[in-house]
Design a protein around this ligand. Structure first.
Ligand SMILES: Nc1ncnc2c1ncn2[C@@H]1O[C@H](COP(=O)(O)OP(=O)(O)OP(=O)(O)O)[C@@H](O)[C@H]1O
Ligand SMILES: CC(C)(CO)[C@@H](O)C(=O)[O-]
Ligand code: BAL
Length: 283
């Protein structure tokens, strides 16, 4: 059995009201569809913690800085609903773009600081689109908790900042990155890799893991990053958009004694892949 699909916002709101009226808690898993095991891990976490689980499927036009990327984004709604059926998802909410962004819509949510480096530099406008749609989805579904993957580490920091700054009454629950056997982080965009590119893609996590070990062993960060860059170029990644060690929360410069994160974005055969790892810096 497939998960029930809800499209009109009025129907979603009515359902939320009924659940809340019974004192039930709501867990939200926002997605852009083309679901894989990474998404399902978020759904399982929500299922464990909340009485009702709502998954949203909305390919948000405002967060695509590249129109071709938006046009080519995989759309597999019926298969998504089928995948969610066995996980006892209460609703797959698939709002119409016209209900999310009515013609007179004029509000953009912008979070500064955490959104500025890395993805913020390479995908102008992307995080304004994410912050705006996430705020709308929270308002539409009134969750007690929302679940986000650590694969999109910078996005997770943005959402935490947004919820803290706007004093929104919900918990943000981070979920570990799910990887394929060869280490590649699962991502909907992986489907667009040719078989040859897919077999080379594991060089990305391998370079990241090797660099993490070397930094944690105390090697100079600049040397390690240079070597990792060269490994990625040799594997066919072009360009490597960024490969940087950052403070895990502020995404500013890393600080000894505080959690750090190594983050990468790189193109392989025209497909943009991202990944990140935790790095423990010596004090
Ligand atoms: N491999 C993964 N492990 C854990 N969470 C994931 C993974 N992939 C995606 N997610 C999380 O699922 C949620 C929805 O992500 P989204 O629908 O954009 O999927 P995606 O596979 O990341 O697609 P994209 O190709 O856009 O990167 C986000 O919170 C994201 O971090
Ligand atoms: C959080 C999100 C669903 C907002 O469109 C998207 O950025 C994603 O899938 O990570
Ligand atoms: N998973 C992040 C959404 C995006 O790339 O637009």
């Amino acid at each position: 059995m497939s998960a029930p699909i809800i499209r009109p916002l009025s129907q979603m709101r009515g359902q939320i009201r009924r659940w809340k009226g019974h004192g039930e808690t709501i867990g939200l898993v926002p997605t852009m569809g083309a679901l894989h095991e990474g998404h399902l891990s978020l759904v399982r976490a929500a299922r464990e913690r909340c009485d009702r689980v709502v998954v949203t499927l909305f390919v948000n036009p405002r967060q695509f800085n590249n129109p071709e990327d938006f046009a080519r984004y995989p759309r597999t709604e019926l298969a998504d609903a089928e995948l969610l059926g066995p996980l006892a998802v209460d609703a797959l909410f698939v709002p119409d773009a016209a209900e999310v962004y009515p013609p007179d819509h004029a509000t953009t949510i912008r979070v500064s600081g955490v959104t500025e480096p890395l993805e913020g530099t390479h995908r102008p406008g992307h995080f304004d689109g994410v912050a705006t749609v996430v705020t709308l989805l929270f308002n539409m579904t009134q969750p007690d908790a929302a679940f986000f993957g650590e694969k999109d580490w910078q996005q997770l920091q943005l959402v935490r900042r947004l919820v803290a700054d706007l004093q929104l009454p919900l918990d943000i629950v981070p979920c570990p990155c799910v990887r394929a056997e060869d280490g590649l982080a699962l991502s909907s965009r992986n489907q667009r890799l040719s078989p040859q590119a897919r077999s080379r893609a594991a060089a990305l996590p391998q370079a990241l893991f090797a660099a993490t070990r070397r930094i944690e062993a105390g090697e100079p960060v600049a040397d390690v990053l240079r070597a990792a860059h060269a490994d990625l170029a040799a594997a066919g990644f072009d360009p490597v958009e960024y490969l940087e060690l950052r403070d895990a929360t502020t995404l500013g410069d890393p600080v000894a004694g505080r959690p750090a994160r190594l983050l990468v974005a790189a193109m392989l055969d025209g497909i943009r892949l991202i990944d990140n790892t935790a790095v423990t810096l010596r004090t």
